[in-house]
Design a protein around this ligand. Sequence first.
Ligand SMILES: Cc1cc2nc3c(=O)[nH]c(=O)nc-3n(C[C@H](O)[C@H](O)[C@H](O)COP(=O)(O)O)c2cc1C
Length: 167
Amino acid sequence: MKKIGVFYGTTSGTTAGVVDELEFYLRKDDYEIHNVADGISSLSEYDNLILITPTYGVGELQADWENVYDEFCKIDFSGKVVGLIGLGNQYAFGESFVGGIKVLYDVVINNGGKVVGFTSTEGYHYEESEAVIGDQFVGLAIDEGNQGDYTPEKIENWVTEIKPEFN
Ligand SMILES: Cc1cc2nc3c(=O)[nH]c(=O)nc-3n(C[C@H](O)[C@H](O)[C@H](O)COP(=O)(O)O)c2cc1C
């Protein structure tokens, strides 16, 4: 398996904690973590990517992702395999739960990439989410505030599922 590039943004630090947990399940693989606040100039070098954003505003990207959005939209994702992880709060923001990953999803798909690691919406309690296609999230939905106890198991299952899909 080729190297995995993990790119994340965080405003209040929760996502950084989730990235630490993700690292545990990637520990036997070749991977590199990048905080989007430091830029995304190396993103196009990876054929395997895990992109992580908490949702802010109403279903929008986290601020550091917003800052690189125009650059992100110019990336050719042909041949790239991408897994998405979204953080959100299903009770406080139940009408736009983890919507931020749909913004990333749309760019990856429009620019020729493959998104893997859709997950079931079962067990979540929200009204609406832009990040749902059919009955699945377009990535892994994490709600640390309300369901953080399940996060390690969710990440482990998701990583196990997407690894065979990587280049
Ligand atoms: C101003 C604000 C807006 C938010 N909007 C949403 C939202 O639309 N949908 C959602 O699922 N979560 C929303 N959240 C919850 C955050 O995504 C969640 O707390 C996340 O864990 C924050 O990650 P971070 O600590 O890495 O920045 C919002 C939080 C704040 C403070």
